[in-house]
Ligand binder design. Structure first.
Ligand SMILES: [Zn+2]
Ligand SMILES: [Zn+2]
Length: 363
């Protein structure tokens, strides 16, 4: 079967044996898997991790080993969460599940960009496989993981009812974050983004003020106008650029919170006056990844249509064009979310969610 793997400087399609199926395990046939910013960072060599690509997969259960849950019979449409915490260590017991040392070691075999992948019995026991509601299309299903990251972040930083929020970076995940914050009761939401395509998507999606960060003065003015000069309750740094962190400290209100949400490049440095944090009582909270529990809550929001994300998928390309999908995802001027499709794509039951609207590309 075909598998997308990392090769020096590019993504390659390799031929690999079918994944084996053990007791209590599943093999899932891929319908679609989103290309994430962290996949792009792995390709650039900026992200020290196992180098497994693809962690936003949806598909159909193809086969189930003895002892696998009956609710996940072959044919079931599912989302699969790639990492699971151990739930036993001190980190997990304190609730910091995504920072469990076991969390990032667990994964799908051989990854999300494969025609078929194996889900371990441990993943299944911990609830990492979620049957998809009919209202959740394959494309929207691929957004469960990134939108789950936004939900985990919002829960970690807290969002006061009617509170104000500013996002530095409106890539696909920044856009998801804004939309989720809106549906959870945020008040004023502003954002800064370099790409005109993404700024336009933010405006369509109801963000109150969208500015170009190349003019930091304009960013400061937009926040000051909306908050009477006080600053916003929450600043979300949805980019890895260190300069955005310093700018963020100037946009937050006294006692406000900065959420470090985007992955910084490894080795990135920040030199700034720490009194900006100390004397203004700013909290800095990094959030990383999500849990199967937050993804399940997010799925309920999507299934009930309290959260609508269809238009954020701009392109879908088949697995054998994965290199093009990655190249496209790395061009913010052209793409929002790029999704790679597999053999189980299509064939959603009638009554499944509407087809994506917006700048779709069904090449
Ligand atoms: Zn991701
Ligand atoms: Zn743990």
């Amino acid at each position: 079967m075909k598998v997308g793997i990392l090769a020096p400087g590019r993504v390659e399609l390799a031929d690999r044996p079918e994944p084996p199926l053990g007791p209590g395990e599943l093999v899932v046939e891929l319908a679609a898997c989103g290309v994430c910013g962290t996949d792009l960072e792995k390709l650039r060599g900026n992200y020290a991790s196992a180098g497994i690509l693809g962690h936003e997969p949806v598909g159909r259960v193809r086969s189930a080993g003895p002892g696998a849950p009956e609710a996940l019979a072959p044919g079931t449409r599912v989302f699969v969460h790639h990492h699971v915490p151990c739930y036993a260590c001190a980190v997990c017991r304190r609730g910091d599940l995504t920072f469990c040392p076991e969390y990032s070691r667990s994964n799908l075999d051989p990854g999300g960009f494969a025609e078929r992948f194996r889900v371990s019995a441990d993943h299944l026991r911990k609830g990492a496989v979620l049957p998809l509601a009919d209202a959740v299309s394959w494309e929207v299903g691929t957004l469960l993981e990134p939108a789950g990251c936004a939900l985990t972040a919002i829960r970690a930083v807290g969002l006061p009812a009617g509170g104000s929020l500013f996002l530095l970076g409106l890539g696909p995940v920044g856009l998801l974050y804004a939309r989720l914050a809106r549906s959870l009761g945020a008040g004023w939401i502003g954002g800064a983004e370099l790409s005109p395509l993404r700024r336009a998507a933010a405006e369509r999606g109801g963000i109150d003020a969208v500015v170009d960060p190349r003019d930091p003065e304009e960013v400061r003015r937009a926040v000051a106008r909306a908050t009477g000069g006080a600053g916003v309750d929450r600043v979300v740094v949805a980019t890895g650029a260190p300069a955005a962190v310093e700018l963020g400290t100037e946009l937050a209100r006294r006692g406000g919170t900065l959420n470090l949400f985007g992955l910084p490049e490894s080795g990135s440095q920040l030199r700034m006056d720490l009194q900006k944090l100390y004397l203004r009582g700013l909290r800095v909270i990094p959030t990383y990844a999500t849990t199967e529990r937050d993804v399940a809550d997010l799925h309920a929001l999507l299934a009930s249509r309290r959260l609508v994300l269809e238009d954020l998928v701009s392109h879908r390309l088949p697995l054998d064009r994965i290199d093009e999908a990655f190249a496209l995802a790395a061009r913010p001027a052209e793409a929002l979310k790029v999704v790679v499709t597999g053999p189980a794509f299509g064939g959603e039951r009638p009554g499944a969610g509407p087809r994506p609207v917006g700048p779709s590309n069904a090449r």
